[in-house]
Design a protein around this ligand. Structure first.
Ligand SMILES: Cc1cc2nc3c(=O)[nH]c(=O)nc-3n(C[C@H](O)[C@H](O)[C@H](O)COP(=O)(O)OP(=O)(O)OC[C@H]3O[C@@H](n4cnc5c(N)ncnc54)[C@H](O)[C@@H]3O)c2cc1C
Length: 424
């Protein structure tokens, strides 16, 4: 077995969370190693961005590249009822600065994630692809690196004072340590695929995300991308989607298309391309964000239902925040979990705000319009939370929501596992 101890930080997973942490740390002169099991460009779902992804992209130095890219610009979101009636599009530029957050992007993840990986390499990180991390290495209760296997079968141990788990919703460390807690309220199933040549709006609305409802609080996403491609998928309760005993993703998808006239019409001129995908019961939170020498980032820390497209924003933002916290830990030569308490606390605030919005959305009789009709001043806060400005204090907004629907309390999760708690 080979050994390598020449790094300050080992990062498991080269997705948005991993590569954003790697870029910032490498830029600061830290010796960073990213271990990614796939060969990029690789497929990944999750194509629609939120306006407030702007700040982490700016920190990564990628705004100009995004502006010059082929990614379609997203200026708005609309909602469509099952009978095909579309709401007025909600345009971000009606509330935000046109030069920054008022416009975001719909990204083909294979290209976007490759750009993030190139950025990490350009800033000095070492990235090894096609290497599978199998185990966390521990010494005296602290994580001291990982054991990984390359595609040639050779097993290598990489040691560093800090290891970041950025493995996405497979949540490498949380699963192995029994830290994965399913969200008690959000257990949905998603079925999706891609179309080419289907109908889409033009001009400023071309890159608009559409949320199109089907019965029982289910919904379609419709995300137009470049190259005439559309990402389209349905999310609903498992019981609803598997009614009539239909089980194959393609059949579920095709049956649900008929439940929304707008989706049916858009797809009528298009051709389905590639596979059908399915995933289930996917909202979860990690009991702890860190233990001695280990930090969880992006989906590996928490994964939320995708209805409001918060995943990429949270992954990039947590990647940047984690890098800042790890850089300080390296400067202080102090890798105790307590160091990461404020990282976890501020990330949890954002996740809990988004989670309340998602939870309200799935309540049978809830509508944002009812809240705004009673409290017109709530519109601004709802817009901010939906756009990803999730660090604000929304206490007053949730009080208003609670007059319409019950909302879950914050989950008491995410604190670092301190040495005292680990040994008790
Ligand atoms: C159905 C669905 C729809 C979604 N839609 C949206 C959307 O519209 N907008 C949005 O913002 N988000 C969306 N998301 C969420 C989004 O995909 C994620 O939040 C985002 O990809 C998280 O980034 P990450 O870097 O944390 O994880 P990932 O992007 O999953 O990256 C993790 C990386 O780690 C690698 N890896 C895993 N295990 C190992 C290992 N053991 N060794 C080495 N490498 C490993 C993987 O190969 C992968 O490249 C959606 C998710 C789902 C399931």
């Amino acid at each position: 077995m080979k050994h390598d101890s020449s790094y300050d930080v080992v990062i498991i997973g080269g997705g948005p969370a991993g590569c954003s942490s790697a870029s910032i740390l490498a830029e600061r002169g830290r010796r960073v190693l990213v271990l990614e099991r796939e060969k990029f460009p690789r497929y990944h779902v999750g194509e629609s961005m939120l306006p407030f992804t702007y700040e982490p992209l700016r920190r990564l130095g990628l705004i100009d590249r995004m502006r010059q890219s082929a990614f379609i610009k997203k200026y708005s979101v609309q909602f469509v009822s099952p009978n095909g009636r579309a709401s007025q599009p909600f345009y971000f530029f009606n509330r935000y600065d046109r030069e920054t957050v008022a416009q975001t992007w719909q990204v083909l993840r294979s290209e976007f994630d490759e750009m993030l990986m190139e950025n990490a390499r350009a800033k000095g990180a070492t990235v090894i692809e096609e290497i599978f991390v199998k185990e966390l290495l521990r010494e005296n209760g602290r994580v001291v690196g990982v054991r990984a296997q390359g595609k040639d079968g050779v097993v290598v141990e990489f040691r560093a004072p800090m290891t970041l788990d950025c493995t996405g919703k497979e949540a490498f460390a949380a699963v192995r340590q029994g830290w994965r807690v399913k969200d008690p309220f959000l257990n949905k199933v998603a079925v999706w695929t891609y179309y080419k040549g289907s109908k889409r709006a033009e001009g400023v609305d071309e890159g608009q995300t559409t949320v199109a409802f089907v019965p029982d609080k289910g919904w379609f996403w419709h995300i137009p991308m470049h190259d005439d491609r559309v990402s389209v998928g349905v999310v609903a309760d498992g019981k609803y989607l598997s009614r009539d005993g239909v089980k194959t993703p393609a059949k579920i998808f095709q049956r649900e298309v008929e439940q929304n006239l707008w989706i049916q019409d858009c797809l009528s001129t298009g051709e389905q391309v590639g596979d059908f995908y399915i995933t289930s019961e996917y909202s979860f939170h990690a009991r702890h964000c860190a233990s001695e020498g280990l930090l969880l980032v992006g989906d590996a820390f928490a994964f939320l239902d995708p209805v409001f497209s918060s995943g990429l924003m949270l992954a990039l933002k947590s990647g940047v925040m984690a890098a800042d916290a790890v850089d300080e830990a390296l400067a202080a030569r102090d890798f105790s979990p307590a160091r990461f308490a404020s990282y976890a606390a501020s990330l949890r605030v954002g996740i809990e705000n988004m989670r309340k919005l998602v939870y309200a959305f799935y309540q049978p009789d809830f509508s944002f319009k009812d809240v705004v009709d009673r409290y017109p001043d709530a519109a601004a806060d709802i817009t901010d939370c939906l756009s990803g400005d999730v660090d604000k204090d929304f206490t007053a907004l949730w009080q208003k929501f609670r007059e319409f629907v019950p909302l879950p309390d914050d989950l008491p999760l995410g604190e670092p596992l301190t040495v005292a708690a680990a040994s008790s």
